[in-house]
Design a binder for this molecule. Structure first.
Ligand code: ZN
Length: 170
């Protein structure tokens, strides 16, 4: 496994509409393993393939707390099939927008159809943080980053801070 570099805003790659995965094979599983390791190292709770420069519809997530056993989840070609009318607000962050956080409203519950690590079709009904996180990650597949929901002023401020951070870090 390998830790991959994470793309940060304002890199135009993050605006890419990712393409469906054609086959869940060993090459894809190798990328899934690398993405998981990259996410754990960051550390983060979710990562979309485009965040490591791969424009394909693939997500990895793990919402467990530090003291719990890891519970890695892989979502290939995830499709949102239902969202609740009720909204929930979470203070979101993103590995592509390091150290910036903002309250974002999203449907409190949603249903997703996807292929798992072995290419088997699965359906889930997500609630709470799980629902927010998977919608945040699904947005990445459609070229949307959470700061796109903020006012232009707040968004530009966040991008400027990330640019400064990246410059200082490199
Ligand atoms: Zn993100």
């Amino acid at each position: 496994m390998a830790i991959l570099p994470i793309v940060t805003v304002p890199d135009p790659l993050l605006k890419t509409i990712s393409k469906p995965v054609e086959a869940v094979d060993d090459d894809l599983r190798s990328l899934m393993d690398d993405m998981l390791e990259t996410m754990y190292a960051a550390p983060g709770i979710g990562l979309a393939a485009i965040q490591v420069g791969q424009p394909i519809r693939l997500l990895v997530m793990d919402l467990t707390e530090e003291e719990q056993e890891p519970d890695p989840q892989f979502y290939v070609n995830p499709v949102l099939t239902w969202t609740s009318e009720e909204l929930a607000t979470y203070n979101e962050g993103c590995l592509s927008v390091p150290e910036q956080f903002a309250d974002i409203d999203r449907p409190a519950e949603c249903k997703i159809t996807f292929l798992d690590y072995n290419g088997v079709e699965q359906n889930i009904h997500a609630k709470g943080l799980f629902s927010t996180c998977i919608q945040h990650e699904l947005d990445h597949l459609n070229g949307i980053v959470f700061i796109d929901y903020l006012s232009p002023l707040k968004k530009n401020m966040a991008v400027r801070k990330v640019k400064k951070l990246v410059k200082e870090g490199g």
